[in-house]
Design a protein around this ligand. Sequence first.
Ligand SMILES: [Zn+2]
Length: 508
Amino acid sequence: MADILDIAKRRGFFWQSSLIHGGIAGFYDYAHLGTAMKRKWENLWREFFIGLDENFYEIEPSVVMPENVFKASGHLKHFVDPVVKCKKCGTPERADHIMESFLGESFEGLTAEELTKLIKKHNVKCPKCKGSLEKAGVFNMLFPLNVGAGKSVAKAYLTGETAQGVYVNFKLEFDALRRKLPMGIAVIGKAFRNEISPRNAIIRMREFNQAELQIFFDPDTITEHPRFKEIQNYKLLIRPVKNKKSGKVNEILCKDVVSKMKLPKFYVYYMAKAQQFYLDILQIPKKKFRFRELSEEERAFYNKYHFDVEIDLDTLGGFREVAGIHYRTDHDLKGHQEVSGEKMVVNLDGKNILCHVLELSFGVDRNIYALMDISFREEKNRTVLSFPGPVTPIDVGIFPLVNKDRLPEKALEIKNILRGSGLSIFYDDSGSIGRRYRRMDEAGTGLCITIDHQTLKDKTVTVRDRDTMKQIRVKIDKLEKAIKDLIGNDIKFEKAGKPIKPKTSKAS
Ligand SMILES: [Zn+2]
């Protein structure tokens, strides 16, 4: 992990927020490369998931919401973490985290009482000073706010999940749209949780980014999906509850997930789509991906079905959650109806329906971290981030071989041609060509273009592949197409131009 944090700071992916003032735990800033990569990830997500149905849309709700929202959602009561304080040094810690580091298995979802018993039973001590621990209590993670001044001050909170911004808008959107079900409303935005112990850099933060899609549907239609046929023979990678000990991942056809695991088609369809997003769009290796079925104790009480998407991360010692697929039933709309007094029931063809919700929830920051973990490689002479083409922060680096002989002018000319085609480009004319290649390797840039003396003679440039360091010669007028084909993984590198042997193999 230290390697990832080091490269993140050195190259400009992310770092702790307000660092010049000492920083603040649980808050991070995306720097120029991280921001570019996050935007690309979000656009891929947006295009893929909102494109799944013509009745799916994106909205941008406020992150500040009045107290009643969280009364209705149950956050005021249930959005709590078990916390335990050390009697000697006073350090507060998540009780389940202490147990996890002590016994090496997950204790998430256990109540404060259950954890207090376990702490006693195993004689668990403070990880900092070995002092004994108080009884575990609960701590609400919502960030409270006072909005306004004096008499008119109103109690509000920063939202703990983007989903609430969708639920409060359900009825307005349903009426403004075509009054059709299913209706999907997505939000890509910020959420806030006052974590007791934020940790693992951007994996568990107090301010974080979510990409969530809430699909509202008639519960009577859950056993069908009009496009299920398209995925019925697609294999899902699932670690069911019964494989908890072995950790074994089963490959199961979607139609068998329906018949044998007793999951409804509507739910399984979106599991397949989530897996395709990871394997086909983000190009995550199959062996690094799995769905983990959550046991009843691990699930929120309102989630009838709950599978997490997990990616195997070397720096965190195994599979870690990056997304979740939650069947939340009518929990949310019912809660908002009760507290607000507004009717959430809709009438379709004479039938009154209180919609159920299927939520696809993705942690954007965790996904960015996961891509860095999977792509990180250390070789003899260089460090490389081998990002998949669609998420590289920079598409191409452009360099004049030397800073004279009209090569910089020619390089800038080519840069301007390519920029017009929507590619993100980094121009660099400082230092040796080898140093410039190394810098791009650490930024994860897939392709580097070098303009040399031969360019002026025959209108070709050198294109270098990040992962293999192989080089080809490509005609300038064919360059844009070649680059786009290579980024989209549509063509083999050697086929995109004329292969050449690097003159200085060591510095390439
Ligand atoms: Zn202590």
